[in-house]
Design a protein around this ligand. Structure first.
Ligand code: NDP
Length: 254
């Protein structure tokens, strides 16, 4: 046993949605753990650019809208061109949208499913090909506690369903590829401080409900999700396959 199992030296990771929030924290930690990282998002941020500047040999960024049908090919090819390998995929990019089920529009539904389910499916489908050629790899899909329960007070059937689909995609992919050296796991965060939750955290009523329903009585930090993603992506999780790791301050305990 060695702590080096938690490191990613010599590995290349592709991380979607890496310009802010949870994805940026994962990128920061994976780089510290020794990985080469291909980062993607639609837009750049100052934090992303600072990370790229301080890791100029080990990190690259490519602009991509994950809902673009060409994006999976493009980002996987760019990763292989830049680093010669693809060992780890973190399927993190995602969006949320709320609204009554009976009033939720087709365009809202299409947008949620395209970003939160179809895109991760297509990206994993492309990223797994070089992993299959090498006979090894690790995929971490970003799920959510919303894949298990109905959130309150916000109404978000489409988001919740998209995350439940991610959990099931994870289970089924893990079953299909276990014998070929590829582990597939999901991470299911609770309420984490990011742009996605900023509106709810600023809303006194929502903040109170979210906090009271979290036994640890606080929101999670993106860095705490990065720790979980690193474990799942690393050799330390060598016997963890098909799992959805819940990291929610105890939200799902009641
Ligand atoms: P943020 O809103 O902070 O970040 C979302 C990221 O996804 C950004 O990098 C954004 O980049 C990217 N993204 C969104 N749409 C697209 C697109 N069409 N193409 C490319 N990139 C896209 O959210 P979080 O960091 O909080 O969320 C990250 C993941 O964690 C999501 O899958 C979310 O569902 C999940 N999650 C978050 C929780 C939370 O409490 N925050 C709880 C449970 C799960 P850009 O806009 O520049 O394209």
């Amino acid at each position: 046993m060695s702590l080096s199992q938690f490191r990613l030296d010599g590995k290349t990771a592709l991380i979607t949605g890496a310009n802010r929030g949870i994805g940026l924290a994962i990128a920061e930690l994976f780089l510290k753990a020794g990985a080469h990282c291909m980062l993607t998002s639609r837009s750049e941020t100052s934090a992303l650019n600072a990370l790229l500047d301080s890791n100029s040999q080990k990190a690259r960024w490519i602009s991509a809208d994950v809902t673009d049908v060409q994006a999976p090919d493009k980002i996987v090819a760019e990763t292989l061109n830049a680093f010669g390998a693809l060992d780890i995929l973190v399927n993190n990019a995602g969006i949320a949208d709320n609204g009554d089920f009976h009033n939720f529009s087709d365009s809202q539904l299409d947008s949620i499913l395209a970003t939160n389910f179809t895109a991760p499916f297509r990206i994993a489908r492309e990223a797994i090909k070089p992993m299959l050629s090498r006979g090894s790899g690790a995929i971490v899909n970003m799920g959510s506690i919303s894949g298990f329960v109905a959130n309150k007070p916000q109404l978000q059937v489409a988001y919740n369903s998209s995350k439940a689909a991610i959990h099931q995609m994870t289970t089924t992919m893990a079953f299909e590829y276990a014998s070929r050296g590829i582990r597939v796991n999901a991470l299911a965060p609770g309420y984490i401080i990011s742009d996605m939750t900023a509106g709810g955290i600023e809303n006194a009523e929502w903040n109170k409900i979210w906090t009271e329903n979290t036994p640890m009585q606080r929101f999670g930090k993106p860095s705490e999700m990065a720790n979980c993603a690193l474990f799942l992506a690393s050799d330390a999780a060598s016997y963890v396959n098909g799992a959805t790791l819940v990291a929610d301050g105890g939200y799902l305990t009641h």
